[in-house]
Design a protein around this ligand. Structure first.
Ligand SMILES: Cc1ncc(COP(=O)(O)O)c(C=O)c1O
Length: 481
């Protein structure tokens, strides 16, 4: 059979030609984004965006280069220093090149034989991480999975299988199990516990103090109250750091509490874990070495394209306890645990070669790259907080501990509700304008503006310009009311 289209789609010369054009385009994007010479975002509302792409398809222009260019122009420019929005990595270009490499090779990592180097490099990366966290790398082990939401679910599944005094994997929940966690924890914890059939009661939320840290003095009463309700508490989770405010939990008291009550101690270090690489900031994670399991994203604070997350268990054997799946077509000896058959431990079957991007950066620069990044972005947040404190019509929510800063525009005396509305409107205008990208969050009852200083090229110059723009928009909105 003649296969003209397949032959064209796989033509190596065509690939070389298109690839060179793409790298040129991306080089131009990088240059202009880093210099802020294009907007962070060209805002279109969802219906306009849909029409735009429906028209693109109808137009029938099959020039790949035109499509790539359109896509770049329409996307959020993460590398622009005026991008200060979500906790998503600003990818280091070499890691992105590694991404192109793995996309074409497309080895899976479910078992050793389909993706040998990627499987083994997962082990290399996880062992290194375990060591940095203060675990014994001879005893600890882990693997990688698609994002911290899935990693936390995977850890919680293991915790239940290990700690529940019954065979939940085969027989389901016969009791109400729960885990204790800060009320500021990422929503994926609650979501995971609900997925596990534990419902709303699966999460015991511990209130936080004025610094947004868990109120340690409330742990005992919350634990006892749960037990009195007939709930079996399996473990306690520390947030390093919380999502909204970037606050690190004091891990030592949580570890003590877990030890005293024979509970599992899990740490969600999706965002703040890489501070482990910084001599200046690693004290924030003191106590992590006492955790039974830790989750950390590479695709947040380690300049690695998504998705790329590690889940580390202090004891290697526990890393096999989340799932227990027979798969005759993948591994012959069903009961034998083999570190190199990752599908025995991960939720995914087909799994990306996700170790390659982070390994590329580790290999090129060592952990010093991450230390430099953490130190720069965390220090920048301190400078920003200092700037905010000097402004009479701006308010800092709390002193940052990471690169997350929450603040609001606060002219004169307005009610909390009016301030929330005003700050939401300011952010809406900022997004439509496209020069800056920032986000918002809810703290207690109120809406605050929020920046995550992910971009290592953001300086106080862009931050000053952002504050001027916010004040200008704020004044305008107040005068229109
Ligand atoms: C503390 C924390 N845990 C988990 C998550 C979820 O991570 P992912 O987006 O990798 O699923 C986030 C995301 O912001 C987070 O901040």
């Amino acid at each position: 059979m003649n296969k003209p289209l397949i032959s064209k789609a796989f033509n190596p010369d065509n690939f070389r030609h298109q690839g060179h054009l793409l790298v040129e385009l991306l080089g131009d994007y990088l240059e202009s984004a880093l210099q802020s010479s294009t907007p962070v975002n060209r805002w279109r509302d969802p219906e306009d965006q849909l029409t735009f792409w429906q028209n693109d398809y109808k137009e029938g222009d099959r020039q790949l280069e035109h499509f790539f260019k359109k896509l770049i122009d329409s996307s959020l420019h993460m590398h622009n220093p005026k991008n200060m929005g979500h906790q998503v990595a600003i990818p280091a270009p070499e890691a992105a090149l590694a991404g192109l490499l793995t996309e074409l090779l497309n080895n899976g990592t479910v078992v050793y034989e389909i993706g040998a180097p990627a499987v083994v490099l997962e082990r290399v990366v996880c062992k290194q991480l375990a060591q940095e966290m203060g675990f014994d790398p001879g005893k600890a082990d882990g693997f990688m999975t698609s994002g911290a939401s899935l990693a936390n679910l995977t850890a919680l599944m293991a915790i239940r299988n290990i700690k529940a005094g019954e065979d939940v994997w085969n027989k389901g929940n016969n009791k109400q199990y729960a885990l204790m966690v800060s009320e500021e924890a990422h929503y994926c914890i609650d979501k995971s516990l609900r997925i596990m059939g534990l419902g709303e009661a699966g999460t015991i939320r511990i209130p936080v103090d004025e610094h947004y840290k868990v109120r340690v003095e409330m742990l005992e009463s919350a634990y006892r109250a749960a037990r009195d309700r007939g709930v079996e508490v399996l473990g306690i989770i520390g947030c390093s750091c919380s999502t909204s405010t970037g606050t690190y939990e004091e891990l030592e008291p949580l570890a003590d509490f877990a030890q005293a009550h024979n509970l599992w101690f899990h740490v969600d270090a999706a965002h703040g874990g890489p501070a482990i690489f910084s001599k200046k900031h690693r004290h924030r994670l003191k106590g992590i070495e006492r955790a039974d399991s830790v989750v950390m994203d590479f695709h947040k604070m380690m300049m690695t394209p998504a998705l790329s997350t590690a889940i580390i268990f202090r004891e290697a054997k526990h890393s096999y306890r989340s799932f227990s799946q027979k798969a005759q077509y993948l591994w012959e000896e069903q009961e034998k645990k083999s570190w190199f058959n990752l599908g025995q431990r991960s939720f995914e079957c087909t799994k990306l070669m996700m170790s390659i991007k982070i390994y590329t950066l580790l290999r090129q620069y060592g952990t010093a790259l991450f230390e430099e990044y953490i130190d720069y972005t965390y220090d920048l947040a301190q400078s920003f907080a200092g700037m905010l404190k000097q402004e009479s019509d701006l308010e800092l929510a709390l002193q940052p501990e990471t690169n997350v800063v929450c603040f609001r525009y606060k002219p004169g005396k307005l009610s909390s509700a009016s301030l929330s509305k005003l700050n939401s409107l300011i952010r809406k205008k900022l997004i439509e304008d496209g020069e800056f990208y920032i986000v918002q969050t809810q703290l207690k009852e109120d809406i605050w503006l929020r920046v995550t200083l992910m971009n290592p090229f953001t300086t106080t110059v862009e931050l000053r310009a952002l504050l001027e723009k916010i004040k200008q928009l704020g004044r305008q909105l107040v005068s229109e009311q």
